[in-house]
Structure formats: C-alpha cells, structure tokens
Design a binder for this molecule. Structure first.
Ligand code: KG4
Ligand code: ZN
Length: 368
C-alpha cells in the first residue's frame, strides 16, 4: 500500500458546496459554502437555486480549501467527488468540476457514494474503521442500517426506512411547530427545554412481527401533526418544547434500539452513526448509553462532520487511493439514485489497462 495519499473531495449533492482535503485519515481542510439561507423562505431545498449556488461557490471554495490545507493542487494524489445519490443538477456541478480538475491536473478521479462518505468521514476523527462496522446512516434523505467489512468495496443494507427519512421527519415536525428550516438543529435545541416523557408518540415498526431493521417515521410525523392540531382546535397553547422533546425521544428510541439489536444479531461490536441526524444531541447521548450497556464501541463524528461536507468525500477518496481501488473514468456521470451498495463508480465497463484511451474516447464521443 502507498503512503497516506493527499486527496481533495467535492460534495454538491444538496445545498452545501463542500470541499475537503485530507491526507489519509488526517483532515487538512473542510471548506463549506451553504445556500441554506436562500431556501429557508421556501421551507425546503429548491434544486435550481442549489445548482446555481454550487456553480458560483465552486472555484472560490476549492481555492479556500487549498489555502487552508497549505497544499498545491499539483501535489494531490486524486480528486474525489460525490457521484450520487442527491439532486441531479446539484450533483452535476460537482462531478463536472471534479472532472475538469482531474483532467487539467492529470490526477485520478474517484466518483464516490454520498452515503458511504457519511460513514468513512469518521476515520478523520477516530482512525480507520474496524472490520466489520455497523453503520446507522441517518440523513435528510436516508435512514438505513448498513454493515460494511471494507468501506471502499462493500456496504450491505440490513434495513432502511419504508417511508420518510429521520431527517425529513425532523424537518416536517419543525414546520408543524412553526420552528423554521432546516428543522433538525432547531428541534434539537427546542427539545432541551422540554420533557421527553410529556407525550407518548408511536414507535414505528416496533411490533413483534415487524421487520427488525426497517424504519418508518411517517406515522410518527402524522401523530405529531394530529396532536398539535387537536390542541390548536381546542384553543389551548401548544407546549412546543414538550412536543419537540417527545418527538425526538420517539425517533432516537427506535433508531438506537434497532442499531444495537443489529449489532448484537450480527456479532458486530462497533457501531458508527453518520449523516446529518447524527449531529442530534439526544441521539448521541442515548446511543452512548445503550452501546455502553451492550458492550458496543460507539463511533460518531463531531457534529460538523455529520452534516454534508467535502471532507467526507475526500476521506473516502483517500481510502480508495490507499487501498489501490480503480479510479473512475472521465465519462463519470452523476446518478441521483445511486444505490447505497455502489460505494464508488469505477471504470467497470472499461477493459483493464485501457482506462485512459477509453476515457478520452468517451469524452470525444460527446456524452461526458
Ligand atoms: O446528511 P445531511 O446534512 O444531508 C443529507 O444528506 O440529507 O442531513 C440533513 C438532515 C436534515 O434533515 C436536518 O434537519 C438533519 O439532517 N439534522 C438534524 C440535526 N442537524 C441536522 N436532525 C436532528 N438533529 C440535529 N441536530
Ligand atoms: Zn448527507
């Protein structure tokens, strides 16, 4: 294996333009430009606004990351980029930028999966992931339990949400309570003033005959909306902090219980939690308590590395280089629904040894 590689990672799957630079498992720069304020008045991310903001932020954010890291683009060992899943137009900006830099600098390109990146980012904080690692991935678009032996090659889903993602539920409940967007951080803060036992909200898919590792948050969201609506109709004040705390308790209870069970049933003694919702203070606290009781080692990155950023993409890219995985070809496409099992998009359709020729052909062929 090579020395610890220097890799730049670009993330543009949603509303954050993230550019990170890592050397192996060491974080050197994590530059993020967010368009979140441009979306707030719409109550959700507007794809066209996000794409335009990525385009404007891309070059300055790359420059800022290089300056912070104190490295030259020419010294990079590779360029990694989120190839999916995410918003198609937003992804396209990042993928196009990564291809342009890889081409101009003559560096290998690694199109990687956003979800595997959310897992791999923990290497920047707690060192290389053990094999196997159980990952609870909870973001605005996904909620899954994933088992991985090697984060550069295999991610096996054990279960996932059958309706809303955990982060989506936070965002919708925040809207019902009139707390603003994005909801997760505000619900988290508001819940600190409330009683998590004030209201018992339903725990989705927690019955004996329900699938053990799938999640459902849509019923919970509806239950919260109905409860709040009933209060308002009765002309009574809504105890916002109690609702936030009780809702958050229901989400974290289900997430942590299922994650610990997944570890136990698969004989895995390391649990990693990643994605934006992993920034949640109650989830972190409850996960720690339950893992301690079950003798499981818990790994959760600091909150700033849980939400979308470029460092996570660089972290997975660096691991790809370090483990000598094949780069992507320069005709890499963004795939808005890239399956979680596709950790990276190698030049799989190209014959071994003909990577460069065929990549050039593909570019010349038009559809880049
Ligand atoms: O991973 P992420 O930044 O973007 C996606 O890949 O989706 O996750 C964003 C989600 C949003 O739904 C946001 O409300 C939620 O993560 N989130 C939180 C917290 N911080 C962000 N949810 C609960 N508590 C938080 N502190
Ligand atoms: Zn994400």
């Amino acid at each position: 294996m090579a020395d610890e590689p220097l890799v730049l990672g670009i993330e543009t799957s949603c509303d954050e333009t993230g550019v990170g630079i890592v050397r192996g498992t060491t974080l050197l720069a994590d530059a993020v430009a967010s368009s979140v304020n441009d979306h707030a008045r719409f109550g959700g991310v507007v794809p066209e606004i996000a794409s335009r903001a990525h385009l404007e932020a891309m070059v300055p954010t790359i420059r800022r990351a290089l300056d912070t890291a104190g490295v030259k683009a020419a010294d990079l060992d590779g360029i990694a980029v989120t190839a999916g899943p995410g918003l198609a137009g937003a992804l396209l900006v990042g993928v196009s930028a990564a291809k342009a830099y890889a081409w101009a600098l003559d560096k290998p390109l690694y199109g990687v999966n956003h979800l595997a990146s959310h897992i791999c980012v923990d290497q920047l904080e707690h060192g290389r992931l053990p094999s196997p690692t159980m990952a609870l991935l909870v973001s605005g678009g996904h909620s899954s339990l994933l088992l991985s032996e090697d984060i550069t090659t295999d991610v096996r889903p054990l279960g996932a949400t059958i309706d809303d993602a955990a982060g989506e539920a936070f965002d919708k409940v925040a809207r019902v309570l009139g707390l603003g967007f994005p909801g997760g951080p505000i619900v988290d803060r508001t819940a600190r003033e409330g009683d998590p036992k004030a209201i018992h909200f339903p725990r989705g898919l927690s019955g004996k005959n329900d699938p053990a590792f799938d999640f459902s948050f849509s019923g919970l969201k509806t239950a919260v909306a109905r409860w709040v609506e009933a209060k308002r109709r009765a002309g009574e004040p809504v105890p916002v902090a109690d609702v936030a705390a009780s809702f958050q308790e229901a989400v974290t209870d289900v997430l942590t219980r299922k994650a610990v069970k997944a570890c136990r049933e698969n004989g895995v003694d390391h649990l990693m939690i990643g994605g934006g919702v992993a920034a949640n203070s109650r989830l972190r606290e409850m996960a720690q308590q339950r893992c301690d009781r079950a003798g499981i080692r818990l790994r959760v990155p600091r909150p700033g590395l849980c939400t979308d950023n470029g460092a996570m993409v660089a972290a997975l890219g660096a691991e790809m280089v370090w483990r000598d995985r094949a780069p992507s070809s320069l005709d890499l496409s963004a795939d808005s629904s890239l399956p979680v099992t596709d950790v990276h998009v190698p030049a799989a359709h190209l014959e071994h040894g003909h990577f460069h020729d065929q990549a050039y052909d593909a570019l010349g062929g038009g559809e880049a």
